[in-house]
Design a protein around this ligand. Sequence first.
Ligand SMILES: Cc1cc2nc3c(=O)[nH]c(=O)nc-3n(C[C@H](O)[C@H](O)[C@H](O)COP(=O)(O)O)c2cc1C
Length: 217
Amino acid sequence: MMELNEALYTTRAMRRMRPDPIPQEVEARILDAAIRAPSGGNSQQWRFVLVDDGQTKAQLGPWYRQHVAWAWDTIYRDRLDVARDDPDDPDNAALLRMQRSVSHLADNFEQTPLLMLPFVRSDVAGESIFPAVWSAMLAARADGVGSALTTLLNRSQDEVAQLLGVPPDRGWRLACCVAFGYPRGRWGLAVRRPAHEVAARNRWDEPLGYEIPEPLW
Ligand SMILES: Cc1cc2nc3c(=O)[nH]c(=O)nc-3n(C[C@H](O)[C@H](O)[C@H](O)COP(=O)(O)O)c2cc1C
């Protein structure tokens, strides 16, 4: 059994996947871990629609690609322009790598072995679903299955709900779409700004009192 810290530190966005299907017993472990997660008042107002059917994926793929193209043209436009002008800068290089990775998933969306579309209702901002989503991704990691959490498909909420037969007017909202598959690449440590740069003690701008220059695991 994988040590918890290894899963916590190495569960990265894995967007390059092999087409091999995920065995049902692995899928079951992912789901069973997900539904152990907390939700407000333990209400469990969630439903996880798993999609492994080619026809459904073929409907979702073009929507997803359209929204990825939109994201490059809007949210990421200025940063990408800067990055293309100076691609050797490490931050720019990381952004361009992320763009290639995101585009790879979008271009190969239909080949993703398994998609999980979690729906949630009865909370303010859908906050009760992400503990379960992250647990699913950690459980997948423990089984050697990669995952990529995506939210751009939410822009086609209504179309997705209709396609999947979500009962209308009952408050269900699509929270995200998680792609699962066995990775083509290798697992690695998630690179992040260190905790002491993003955490404070007692007041917003007071230092934590120590630094964590290297990952603790
Ligand atoms: C709320 C949220 C929304 C995200 N939406 C997308 C998305 O639509 N498409 C995508 O490819 N990745 C998406 N991601 C994945 C992030 O881009 C990824 O976690 C981040 O770049 C860190 O990647 P790394 O763990 O490989 O370092 C999303 C992540 C979060 C937490």
